[in-house]
Ligand binder design. Structure first.
Ligand SMILES: [Zn+2]
Length: 67
């Protein structure tokens, strides 16, 4: 199987999200991607323990337009 070719349909919209992860307690925070984000970049302060979080994941979700 060849699955490496990515097909992007013009009608589908993608929303990109950034996951910030706290290295101390493992708390993960999901927020919308902002320009300049990259993996390992410092994120916001952890809401749980107050330590510096880091961006651990950036991914896109498809959003289906309402009919
Ligand atoms: Zn934490």
């Amino acid at each position: 199987m060849i699955g490496s070719k990515s097909v992007v349909e013009k009608k589908q919209k993608y929303t990109v999200f950034t996951i910030e992860e706290c290295p101390v307690c493992g708390q993960k925070t999901k927020r919308e991607f902002q320009t300049g984000d990259y993996i390992t970049k410092d994120g916001a302060k952890c809401t749980k323990c107050g330590n510096q979080t880091r961006i651990s994941l950036i991914y896109a979700e498809t959003t289906k337009p309402p009919k």
